[in-house]
Ligand binder design. Structure first.
Ligand SMILES: [Zn+2]
Length: 298
């Protein structure tokens, strides 16, 4: 009895530490960290494996990162070939511990068109297009509920809180979707050339037309023949712009844009922590929406 009383006293004295140990979550890319933090609130601490300014396509984690992953209570990755390194890491050091692969919870689009040269693509295209986090409606309806369930499985005592926060986030995402739809409505059918092609979900959601992709195999410089096909497609569709991304060398995009007198506009699938695009999921999507307005506007 004495020991139980002493334990109760200890727990009452240190409620913030002994009772409410934060859930440690590791994620593969920054947008997932933003979403996990919104669903988990101060019950979670989140670590992102992909460093700022680096593309997830073709990334290789350091041995220290691989070891560090073993300490996380939950690991969240995108899947569908976006972050195959995440799955290799989980296999190496987590051995069946909780790992949420979001692609398994989302109806995936077919992969983007690919040139008929070479093999060894960065994506495993058989799995479909992994860039679903750039559609706020898919995030609201598929990603956020999956995050709430996974967090509840590792911290059942906080399930009601995760469900409440997920519901509030869903409401904010509905507002964000309305806001983006209004901003892009004047550009319905607007044609653009993407760099590595993460905008197919976004384009479908908001009625835009991704006519071609400069570098369909991320990180591999496209052939001259492919670039000519992109230019032809851009001219035929009346595309106004080529989108570039901070994680990739833009040289090929400038070459293509020069051929059809398109403007070059920066978009970002990941967001940079510490900058406007990386502050929150909504900030990331607003940054990209503004870029599309600039790309498609007069
Ligand atoms: Zn991508």
């Amino acid at each position: 009895m004495g020991r139980v009383a002493a334990l109760v006293c200890l727990l009452l004295a240190f409620p913030g530490t002994a009772l409410a140990q934060a859930v440690k979550v590791a994620v593969s890319i920054h947008p997932l960290a933003l979403l996990v933090q919104e669903v988990g609130g101060d019950r979670v601490t989140v670590t992102t494996l992909l460093k700022p300014g680096v593309s997830p396509h073709g990334f290789e984690p350091s041995p220290a990162q691989v070891r560090g992953l073993s300490g996380a209570d939950l690991f969240v990755s995108v899947g569908a070939g976006l972050d195959p390194w995440a799955e290799r890491m989980a296999t190496a050091v987590r051995k069946g511990r909780p790992h949420l692969i979001l692609a398994g919870h989302v109806p995936l689009r077919g992969a983007a068109d690919e040139p008929d040269h070479g093999e060894g693509a960065g994506h495993d295209h058989a799995e479909g297009d992994p860039h679903f986090w750039l559609d706020p409606v898919l995030v609201r309806d598929q990603v956020v509920p999956a995050l709430a369930v996974a967090l509840t499985q590792v911290a059942p005592g906080h399930g009601a809180e995760f469900a409440r926060r997920a519901g509030e986030l869903a409401t904010r995402l509905s507002g964000l979707n309305d806001e983006i739809a209004r901003a892009l409505a004047p550009f319905a059918g607007g044609a653009f050339v993407a760099f590595h092609g993460p905008w197919a979900y976004f384009a479908e959601r908001y009625g835009l037309n991704q006519v071609a992709v400069v570098e369909p195999i991320p990180g591999r410089e496209p052939s001259a023949r492919w670039m000519m096909q992109v230019v032809t497609a851009a001219r035929r569709a009346g595309a106004r712009a080529v989108l570039i991304e901070p994680q990739f060398n833009p040289r090929a995009a400038y070459t293509v844009a020069g051929q059809f007198h398109g403007r070059v506009v920066t978009v970002d699938e990941i967001g940079m922590p510490g900058t406007v695009s990386g502050a929150s999921y909504a900030a990331l999507m607003r940054f990209n929406t503004a870029a599309f307005v600039e790309a498609l506007g007069p």
